[in-house]
Design a binder for this molecule. Structure first.
Ligand code: GDG
Length: 475
């Protein structure tokens, strides 16, 4: 079979998986490519004085890794601008944070074109191309313009918003039409896939066939649901490693017999960290009996620090965490340990294992891999309890978690209280069900399902189906 060419905004060389500090997407992609003699292409993360399109190619653990540098206006307009100040907020239901600037649109389309032009020399006719995420919606359209006829798939890691929200983006038609240049469009959840289908039907005036083919703008693409998983076996191994065990012990000792709650997130407004702090504050206010008997560790790694909404959130979190500790701390009890530094993956696994409650309460999330990692890291004999937002994609699968509305302080505080008091038997049976799902629907299952769907015969576009000259293969 043809090679797999993965195209994503950032590329991180497949590192030792136990140790890597890469985020969820990077871990998933290196796992996906490990078994294919694949190519991984993307932005190096560096900016040059002016754009050259020069490819840097290296071979890492059997994967060809190819990158380009962008220029400073690309970083501002494409990455910080259109991707992170338009698409990210709107797709996470935060239209109030979206900044529509013409230069952002131009930067986005320019970089998508640059990606297509730069990857072109690496392509062979039977390669399958798999484009990742919201930064690169227009890459297939640009590749088609360059004459590329290969199968091209797209996977959206973040939610697809409801139709009314998506249409707040001034160029929504153009984005949706560009998506239909893919052969296959994958979503994390049924909810996202249905929202896209709704747009196709109601706004684009298109149709959805019984076999899941969306037709609009004179084009056709198959749509489907492919919930991403973690490398569960690898994560369980990391959790059993000496480093994880040492961190587990360290946490247990520093807990001094107190119950531990953990949150791990990129410092992002979609993750609901501020609302989580307020819920925890509510718990402490309502339950004085829990004082000095519980603590929360929140790891919030810094991201997108150039974007003002992230700077504002960081300042608010500093304030709220300070207020909670100021109000409740005693000389030997800090109720909220709030940490901005980044840990190794195996250290993280040890922290998860030490925690009685995994608190995963995003306001919106495509999937949320932390929920799955928390489950994979537990001791089967004495597992902790997962408290999960109904607005994380993971909630479609992880029904044995305590499902909460992250906007409700009372709801979240009550779930924490319930989790802390949950009998061992119930913890075990809920965990068993969650762990089976995490193991079975892991990152390999995700990759195989997507690639298999991409290789399946693709639908004819409506134009081809209706136009006899096209059907006869003439131009
Ligand atoms: C996007 C979508 C979707 C965090 N702190 C540290 C650290 N992390 C790792 C976690 C986890 C990853 O980052 C975060 O993954 P999430 O899935 O929670 O969220 P996003 O980064 O927003 O990812 C999301 C995902 O793509 C995949 O499709 O699930 O919905 O938003 O793996 O462990 N890792 C290390 N040190 C840290 O301090 N090593």
């Amino acid at each position: 079979m043809g090679r797999l060419i993965v195209i994503s905004n950032r590329v991180s060389a497949p590192a030792d998986p136990g140790v890597g500090t890469s985020g969820g997407l990077a871990m998933a992609l290196s796992a996906a490519l490990r078994e294919y003699s694949g190519v991984w292409f993307g932005w190096s993360g560096r900016t040059a004085e002016s754009y050259t399109g020069q490819l840097s190619v290296e071979r890492v653990s059997g994967v060809t890794v190819a990158t380009i540098d962008l220029d400073e206006s690309d970083r501002q307009e494409y990455y910080n601008g259109y991707a992170n100040e338009v698409l990210w907020p709107v797709f996470h239901y935060r239209t109030d944070l979206a900044a529509y600037e013409r230069s952002f649109d131009e930067g986005y389309e320019r970089v998508n074109r640059r990606f297509a032009e730069a990857v072109l020399p690496l392509l062979e006719p039977d390669d399958f191309i798999w484009v990742q995420d919201y930064h690169l919606i227009s890459v297939a359209r640009e590749l088609r313009r360059l004459g590329v006829a290969n199968r091209i798939g797209f996977f959206l890691h973040i939610p697809w918003p409801s139709r009314r929200l998506f249409t707040t983006i001034p160029r929504h038609h153009e984005l949706a039409a560009a998506l239909l240049d893919y052969d296959l469009i994958g979503f994390q959840t049924r909810d996202s896939c249905e929202a896209f289908a709704h747009y196709v039907l109601e706004t684009a005036g298109g149709s959805i066939d019984a076999d899941g083919v969306a037709r609009a703008f004179g084009k056709a693409a198959r749509i489907g649901v492919f919930p991403i998983g973690i490398d569960a076996a690898d994560f369980a191994e990391a959790a059993a490693s000496p480093v994880a065990e040492a961190q587990h012990q360290r946490m247990r000792e520093s807990a001094a017999g107190r119950k531990m709650i953990i949150g791990v997130d990129r410092l992002d407004y979609s993750k609901g960290i501020e609302e989580r702090f307020l819920a925890y504050e509510n718990l402490l206010a309502l339950h004085p009996d829990l004082h000095e008997r519980v603590f929360m560790l929140q790891i919030a790694t810094l991201t997108r620090e150039d974007v003002s909404a992230y700077q504002d959130l960081r300042a608010r979190l500093d304030t709220v965490s300070g207020r909670i500790n100021g109000a409740y701390a005693t000389v030997d009890w800090v109720p909220l340990r709030y940490v901005n530094r980044r840990y190794r993956r195996d250290e993280l696994a040890g922290f998860y294992r030490a925690a009685d409650i995994g608190l995963v309460t995003p306001l919106r999330d495509g999937m949320n891999l932390v929920a799955k990692e928390y489950v994979a890291a537990q001791d089967p004999e004495d597992p902790g309890v997962l408290v999960l937002s109904e607005f994380a994609g993971a909630a479609e699968q992880m029904k044995a978690a305590l499902i909460v509305n992250p906007m409700s302080r009372e709801d979240v505080a009550e779930a924490i209280r319930k989790g802390l008091a949950m009998p061992l038997e119930e913890r075990r049976s809920r965990w068993r069900e969650l762990a089976d799902g995490v193991e079975q629907r892991d990152v390999t299952a995700w990759r195989d399902a997507f690639v298999e769907a991409l290789r399946r015969p693709q639908p004819a576009s409506p134009a081809q189906a209706l136009d006899p000259t096209a059907a006869a293969g003439r131009p």
